[in-house]
Unconditional design. Sequence first.
Length: 157
Amino acid sequence: MTPEELDRTARTLRHEWESPDLWAEIQRRIWWRRVGAIGGLIAAGILVGLLLTPVRRVSAPSASPLLTEEAMADVERTERAYRASIERLDRLAAAKLRTGKSPLLAAYGEKLRVLDSAIAQLDREMQSNDFSAHLHVQMAALYRDKQQTLEKVVRHE
């Protein structure tokens, strides 16, 4: 097919129709592309600004050894008071556990023996590493569980 024949065939295939929204749609899409490009440039500018900003390291205020020792002594004092209150609760529950014939009380007694064993083992670990926060959190959880169990024993009818 020659170029002239191709041109004539193309003219016969040409169709025209009204499309009033076509230019509005093209303009809207161009606008969104520009906005997207501008937004990307703004984001890139912020990222570059953050990367070029010198990082200031905020150091923790240096605590004097006295404050650290006072805080640790306060924690230890609070732990001793908490343990003493649980021991008083344990004495109240002990009589009930000895005289009770309920299977639930027997289960509570077994749970308390397991908790006491875990507390003793963790206490031995803490003696070698007293400053481990993880061990203190575990110990607090064990004592909390023991306290709740003892309260259930005391309230049991």
